[in-house]
Design a protein around this ligand. Structure first.
Ligand code: FAD
Length: 285
């Protein structure tokens, strides 16, 4: 498979990339790690006139910490998220999820900005962005806007990004003390895209849950949170886990495909959630 012909510009600065996007609009495609874009070009699912390579813009890389949380540059590689000490300390669920993304070679190239912008319904990072209440910074030539992850994912491979915008940074607010986490994924083989996955965060205070977040992926056209299941956990303990898992199972309407039936995916939601809630409760102790 070979890609269709295209012009190529390697950008030295964000300003250069933004200028090219402003000029070429929907004819341009950003290139970051290339791990999703290049296969799509090779299959001729996309035919951009020009590739705007942002992969070497140092200002888009790196992780910074302030009093409110971590800000991750869009070019941070999957492997960095998996191994960075600050991620491990503050967001261990993210480090765990990254170990399930593809294989090492892909994780060495793929970027958080590319994965969120690509918005594959079975990708780990969109689910993590929802779980961690991330805020995404979208930059264009004449300014920038910040958008909650909850408003960013519009459908399978569809986001709120405008053609002239670059996702430049992702902010993750710190979690309350006493927050535990759980992550479970089912895939045909290690490194494959997930058939289904579940993750949760529980804050435990005075023997009850004071904050609950549940995120799923692979069971809808986007990753999603399950507010009714989260609400069922507040003020409760492990006795509420089975009911919350049932609520989540009944809330999703997955597709059947070659990998799994809709019924199997619903079953996985219930089983995975039972496990991740128990794990999070233990870790929160
Ligand atoms: P690119 O491929 O460069 O770009 C992807 C899309 O995002 C393009 O449309 C591009 O224009 C746009 N884009 C890139 N950066 C930005 C930005 N900063 N702002 C706006 N738009 C931008 N992913 C998983 O989550 N789980 C898996 O299990 C998994 N398995 C994989 C297995 C294989 C064999 C391969 C090749 C890939 C797999 N992936 C998986 C995808 C991988 O994680 C990709 O790296 C990721 O989805 C895209 O990141 P990228 O930096 O390579 O983006």
């Amino acid at each position: 498979m070979k890609p269709p012909p295209f012009d190529y510009r390697r950008c030295a600065s964000l300003e250069e990339a933004l200028s090219l996007l402003a000029t070429h609009g929907t004819e341009a495609k950003l290139l970051a790690g290339g791990q999703s874009l290049m296969p799509m070009l090779n299959f001729r699912l996309l035919r951009p006139a020009i590739l705007v390579d942002i992969g070497r813009i140092a200002a888009l890389d790196g992780i910074t910490e302030d009093a409110r949380g971590l800000t991750i540059g869009a070019l941070a590689r999957h492997r960095v998220l998996e191994t960075d000490a600050r991620i491990a300390t503050h967001f261990p669920v993210l480090a765990e999820a990254m170990a399930h993304v593809a294989h090492l070679a892909v994780r060495n190239r793929g970027t958080i900005g590319g994965s969120l912008s690509h918005a594959d319904p079975a990708a780990e990072l969109p689910m993590m962005a929802l779980l961690l209440d991330a805020t995404l910074r979208l930059t264009r030539q004449d300014g920038a806007r910040e958008i909650p992850a909850a408003d960013f994912f519009l459908g399978s491979l569809a986001t709120a990004l405008e053609p002239e915008e670059v996702l430049t940074a992702i902010h993750l607010p710190f979690l309350p003390p006493g927050t535990g986490w759980g992550f479970a994924e089912t895939a045909p083989r290690a490194g494959d895209f997930a058939t289904a996955a579940a993750a949760c965060l529980l804050t435990r205070r005075g023997g009850v849950i004071t904050m609950a977040r549940i995120a799923l992926m692979g069971v809808h056209e986007t990753a999603l949170r399950i507010p009714a299941a989260e609400a069922a956990l507040l003020g409760q303990g492990p006795g509420a886990f089975a009911e919350a898992a049932r609520i989540a199972r009944d809330a999703v309407e997955p597709n059947s495909d070659l990998r799994a039936s809709a019924d199997l995916r619903r079953h996985l939601v219930e089983v995975q959630l039972g496990r991740v809630l128990a794990a999070a409760w233990e870790k929160a102790a």
